[in-house]
Write a protein that binds this ligand. Structure first.
Ligand SMILES: [Zn+2]
Ligand SMILES: [Zn+2]
Length: 185
């Protein structure tokens, strides 16, 4: 048989893809064990290129999806922090307002300010107790003549105002087990 492109040249092999007889000059296959014409080498190169760019596009899509997931996760974390702040702040305020407001509002105005301040002091103590710390030895409420009394037991630590009568109460205290200050009439 003769080469499709060179009718004057005798050949005894053909292109493995299109089965056209081709001569050595027309055989462009990289692998010496096979024969392939220029057209078929070109079209298989195009197919390879398409396949490679397809998998490249898939990889890119996967990377984009992953970074979107990470972004979504970052947003979720950010929101949970914001939500925690939104929930904790009112909880903190409500723990303050749970202290019998009628008792506080019934007091003369100057005492009421001192009671407010002392409650804030007890809330500070509460934060220390929750953190596993103890109040400084000389810590006291403004308007109190004595330092706060710290009573520790195996199961609890109670910090109380030693002269609660100054504020119109029989007990003003806060404990490690109960972070909300306790005011008893
Ligand atoms: Zn061919
Ligand atoms: Zn040829």
């Amino acid at each position: 048989m003769r080469c499709t492109n060179h009718p004057s040249i005798e050949t005894d092999f053909w292109c493995k893809a299109c089965k056209q007889p081709i001569c050595e000059q027309c055989d462009l296959a990289q692998d010496p064990k096979i024969h392939q014409c220029a057209k078929c080498v070109a079209s298989s190169a195009v197919e390879d290129f398409d396949r490679e760019s397809e998998s490249l596009a898939e990889n890119l899509a996967a990377i984009e999806e992953k970074s979107e997931q990470q972004q979504a996760r970052a947003t979720r974390i950010k929101w949970s922090i914001v939500l925690a702040a939104v929930i904790i702040v009112p909880w903190r305020l409500s723990s303050y307002f749970e202290i019998d407001p009628s008792v506080i509002s019934a007091l003369p105005i100057y005492e009421k300010d001192l009671v407010d301040e002392c409650i804030y002091t007890l809330l500070e103590v509460s934060d220390l107790l929750q953190a596993g710390l103890r109040p400084p030895l000389d810590m006291r409420c403004a308007g109190s003549n004595l330092s706060l009394l710290v009573q520790e037991s195996a199961s609890n630590t109670i910090v109380s105002v030693q002269d609660p009568q100054n504020f119109g109460f029989s007990t003003m205290s806060v404990s490690q087990n109960d972070p909300i200050p306790r005011l008893v009439d």
